[in-house]
Every structure is written in structure tokens, then in C-alpha cells.
Ligand binder design. Structure first.
Ligand SMILES: CC(=O)SCCNC(=O)CCNC(=O)[C@H](O)C(C)(C)COP(=O)(O)OP(=O)(O)OC[C@H]1O[C@@H](n2cnc3c(N)ncnc32)[C@H](O)[C@@H]1OP(=O)(O)O
Ligand SMILES: O=C(O)C1=N[C@H](C(=O)O)CCC1
Length: 237
């Protein structure tokens, strides 16, 4: 198991990983493909779906190429180092088109919106929302009930390498199009205004804005009202 606390260990894990080009091949013709332990075979009587490694499958397909009537290959990666996270049992709402890598933690009632990208080692705390096209880099940590606004970036530890991950504490709202730089910690309940670039730690309970982001005020009732979290968006039943 990779040591997720060390950026260099994660990079080494990616370097050493057996690179994968998984494919789903639909093939028909005057052919017979037996079940085997190299790839999965579904179908019969000249019409098959083959699931497995591209090169392994194509080596077999090449051998009976002249009997093939039709072939269609589905794929979504080439020489990929890390599989995607299997979220079939996650107690979270994960909308289509989210890309979540293996070895992440998605806690209960989190919401991952379309186009969100979440890298290895990241943590999305209970009830947190990762909005459309937001990015959480390697080991980025969101606490509970955080809203990471659309198109925002939580920097990862991998490149440039950083010893400390970004930590977003509970109840923080990060406005759309913001960037939280490597190693920064945003304190509980604070608000990062839309379009900010946060270059240093933010204390709890304040509003920061701009590039570089500066404290513009203490979070007050007006801010709280504009940054409310909606329970209904997080309920699964
Ligand atoms: C798909 C999606 O919907 S993703 C989510 C999209 N939504 C967002 O990103 C909303 C984020 N919200 C904001 O950025 C809001 O401006 C908030 C929450 C920071 C406003 O908080 P409030 O406490 O109401 O602050 P208020 O509006 O009074 O502004 C305080 C000062 O900050 C300034 N300010 C507010 N927002 C910003 C900003 N994004 N960048 C720079 N300055 C800002 C205001 O102009 C004001 O300046 P002034 O005192 O010189 O007049
Ligand atoms: O869950 C949803 O749907 C959301 N939609 C929002 C929007 O489109 O404004 C943002 C947060 C979640």
C-alpha cells in the first residue's frame, strides 16, 4: 500500500504502477472465442464482448482477423497509472462525469458534481460539496460541510511537491474560480470570496478576497446568509 503522506512516495507509486489500457471490444463474425483467464468474454455464436487489456485482447483478435465481420472498441485511457475509485457503495451523491481516482475518501452525504476531478489521497468530508469542474489535487483535504465552488482548485502535493497538504476546515465556503495554493490551511467557517487566490493560511471565521487573498472582514450574518449550505442537496433519501 502506498504511503499517501509523502508526495515522493506517491510519485514513485505512479512511476512503478503497471500502466493499464483497459478496453471493451465488441466483435462479430465467423469466430469462436472461449472463456479464458486473460480477459472477460461475454456472448456466444460469433458475437462477443471482450473486456480487458487492449494489447492482450488484440493479439487474439489479430489471429482470427480474416473471419471478423465487425469490431468496435471502447476505451477511455491509455497507459493509465491509477485506476478510478469504485464508488458503487459510496453513501454520497456522485453526479455523472466526475473523475475520482482510487485511494480517496468520500464521506457520507458528500456531493460530487459533474466534471469534478479528485486526485489520489484526497478526502471529502461528510456533507461537503465539490461543485462543477472543481479540482482537488493529491491529498487535498476538505472537512465537513465545505462547499468547494465551481472551477476552484485545491492544490495537490505532487507537482510542485509539497510536504503539507491543503486543509480546508469544516464549514468553509470557497467561492467559484478560487485557487488555494500548496500547503495552505483555511480555518473553520471562513469564506473565500469568488475568484480569490489564497497564498497563506486563513484564520477561522473571516472572509478573504482577491489575489493574493486578504482578510476583508469578519464573517457576519450577511456573509452567513449568502453562503448557506442546503441540507436537501445532501440527502440521499
Ligand atoms: C455553480 C455555483 O454556483 S458555484 C458557487 C458560486 N457562488 C460563489 O462563488 C459565491 C461566493 N460569494 C462571494 O464571493 C460573495 O461576494 C461573499 C460571500 C464573499 C460576500 O460576502 P459578504 O459578507 O456579503 O460581503 P460583501 O458583499 O458585503 O462584500 C464585502 C466587501 O468585499 C468585496 N467583495 C465581495 N466579493 C468579492 C470578491 N469575490 N472578490 C473581491 N472582492 C469581493 C465587496 O465588494 C465588498 O467591498 P467593499 O467593502 O469595498 O464594498
Ligand atoms: O446539486 C446540485 O444540483 C447543485 N447545483 C448547484 C447549481 O447548479 O447552482 C450548485 C450546487 C449543487
Amino acid at each position: 500500500m502506498v504511503n499517501l503522506n509523502d508526495a515522493y512516495e506517491i510519485a514513485k507509486y505512479i512511476k512503478d504502477a503497471e500502466k493499464q489500457t483497459p478496453v471493451k471490444v465488441y466483435v462479430s463474425g465467423n469466430i469462436k472465442i472461449e472463456k479464458n483467464d486473460k480477459y472477460k468474454v461475454f456472448g456466444q455464436e460469433g458475437s462477443y464482448i471482450l473486456i480487458g487489456d487492449y494489447q492482450t485482447i488484440m493479439k487474439d483478435v489479430e489471429s482470427f482477423k480474416s473471419s471478423v465481420d465487425d469490431i468496435h472498441i471502447e476505451y477511455d485511457r491509455r497507459n493509465s497509472a491509477i485506476p478510478l475509485y469504485n464508488f458503487l457503495h459510496a453513501e454520497a451523491r456522485i453526479e455523472p462525469g466526475a473523475l475520482i481516482r482510487d485511494m480517496v475518501t468520500i464521506e457520507k452525504n458528500a456531493v460530487i458534481m459533474m466534471g469534478a476531478v479528485i486526485n489520489i489521497g484526497a478526502v471529502v468530508g461528510e456533507g461537503s460539496m465539490v461543485d462543477m469542474n472543481a479540482v482537488i489535487g493529491a491529498r487535498g483535504m476538505l472537512g465537513k460541510n465545505v462547499h468547494l465552488g465551481a472551477c476552484s482548485v485545491v492544490a495537490g502535493v505532487l507537482e510542485p511537491p509539497s510536504a503539507t497538504p491543503v486543509i480546508i476546515e469544516d464549514d468553509v465556503l470557497i467561492g467559484a474560480n478560487s485557487v488555494i495554493l500548496e500547503g495552505v490551511r483555511v480555518g473553520k467557517g471562513s469564506v473565500v470570496a469568488a475568484g480569490s487566490v489564497v497564498t497563506k493560511d486563513v484564520p477561522p471565521g473571516v472572509v478573504v478576497a482577491g489575489s493574493p487573498a486578504r482578510i476583508i472582514k469578519k464573517k457576519d450574518e450577511k456573509t452567513a446568509d449568502k453562503t448557506k449550505v442546503m441540507e436537501d442537496l445532501r440527502k440521499l433519501d
